[in-house]
Write a protein that binds this ligand. Structure first.
Ligand SMILES: [Zn+2]
Ligand SMILES: [Zn+2]
Length: 410
């Protein structure tokens, strides 16, 4: 059962339903706000910032599906769980709800006996994405970089049953480390997926304190670099010439696993990998879980089709790999006008990223791995350019530039 008290926002034009659901949720110790009009709700919900939003579908003016889409465009609601509560049992409506960004679908009539428990099942199955660092290449501790944060790449995916997937170990992993320590969590078990061994993706791993704590368990997975295994790559950067602490001091159980292109079962979660267009061996990841997916694709260079290095085969493979994903986190290092100076450095520019996400029908695109020369205003500009281009394309893809410690519920 849900132990913590949550704030629910309920939108339904049927007062009998709102009354019943309010009673059930209040009896279970939750706070509830109600609106009988979807238009009023759209104005109220962003400032209310509820934990859970329950939406009817068939409502006058704006239906629940449209309302869901509009709410998902509000960055302040990225952490809210949206659940449809409808008498429509058609698969079409259910699948459209998920495409609009709903996290769950419940059928009316409401069964008073099981309603709170069914709701709990949906809420506890949440998949949460958290950004701990979004800069590429080097940290940017300058004052004009503090809005988005100055740490290099690290993202986590929290899955039900305490499963934690960590992507890359740039300096953002130190904030994750502090977060886990503050939670006083014992026996932390996680997979650490390394995209590749460039410094900005591995160099804060030795500062990830849970590695030095007994009872914790980590599997560090990633591509071998030719004959160098993932273990050797990590051990080399902790060799005493570079760093005073060696891997022998890890008190947690730490395993290493070399990954190649393929499909893996990781703790019951389907993990797909694809080699990316970047110097050396760099793996992109796609996680499929319970009807949702995230793609972590960095570092990567998308050559424009005017370039001699353009490969339609690679583009097709990539677009298939990320097709219909809920979240694409990807290398958007450069502005378009900067790219030509940096061609063949292994990174991508705004319009190539946006076109790719649009063609692959990505639901949410996250601009990531920013050039260290870019400050917060530059990231705003990249985001604005991406929005303008998506608008021009008539795209359904939503584009965001994540800030450090920002969480998104999928
Ligand atoms: Zn990088
Ligand atoms: Zn790289």
């Amino acid at each position: 059962m849900m132990t913590e008290s949550l704030l629910f926002f309920l939108v339904d034009d049927d007062p009998a339903i709102t009354e019943l659901v309010t009673t059930l949720l209040s009896d279970a110790g939750h706070d509830v706000q109600v609106s009988h009009s979807s238009r009023d709700a759209l104005a109220l919900i962003p400032s209310t910032q509820p934990d859970v939003i329950l939406l009817d579908i068939m409502m006058p003016g704006m239906d629940g599906q449209e309302l869901c889409t509009r709410l998902r465009e509000c960055p302040e609601l990225s952490n809210a769980c949206i659940i449809m509560l409808s008498s429509k049992s058609y698969e079409w409506d259910r699948s459209r709800a998920y495409k609009s960004g709903a996290n769950g679908y419940m059928l009316k009539p409401v069964n008073a006996e099981t309603f709170v428990e069914d709701l709990d099942q949906i809420i506890s199955k949440q998949v949460t994405l958290t950004f701990w660092g979004a800069r590429g290449t080097l940290p940017t501790p300058e004052p004009d970089c503090m809005r988005y944060g100055g740490n290099t790449v690290c993202v986590t995916l929290s899955l039900p049953q305490d499963r934690l997937f960590i992507f890359d170990a740039g300096t953002g992993i130190r904030s994750l480390s502090s977060h886990l320590l503050n939670e006083h969590k014992k026996n932390v078990v996680a997979k650490i997926f390394i995209s590749h061994s460039h410094w900005d993706h591995i160099n804060a791993l030795p500062f990830f304190v849970p590695l030095y704590m007994q009872g914790n368990e980590f599997e560090i997975c990633g591509p071998a670099q030719g004959s160098l295994t993932m273990r050797e790559v990590i051990a080399a950067q902790m060799d005493d010439v570079y760093f005073p602490v060696t891997m022998k001091q890890f008190a947690a159980r730490v395993y290493f696993r070399d990954l190649v292109e393929g499909v893996y079962d990781m703790d019951g979660v389907e993990v797909h990998t694809m080699l990316l267009n970047h110097p050396g061996y760099c793996l992109g990841y796609r996680i499929n879980y319970d009807g949702r997916s995230i793609c972590y694709i960095t570092d990567q260079e998308l050559h424009p089709d005017t370039s001699p290095s353009y490969s339609s085969h690679y583009r097709n493979m990539l677009e298939e790999f990320i097709r219909d994903t809920d979240a694409l986190i990807t290398d958007c290092t450069y502005f378009d006008n900067e790219y030509s100076e940096h061609e063949d450095w292994g990174h991508s520019s705004v319009s190539e990223v946006v076109h790719t996400a649009h063609r692959a029908n990505v639901r949410q695109l996250f601009l990531y791995h920013h050039d260290p020369a870019h400050n917060d205003d530059d990231i705003d500009k990249k985001l604005n350019q991406a929005h303008a281009l998506l608008n021009e394309l008539g795209s359904k893809t939503i584009c965001l530039a994540p800030k450090e410690r920002e969480s998104i519920v999928l």
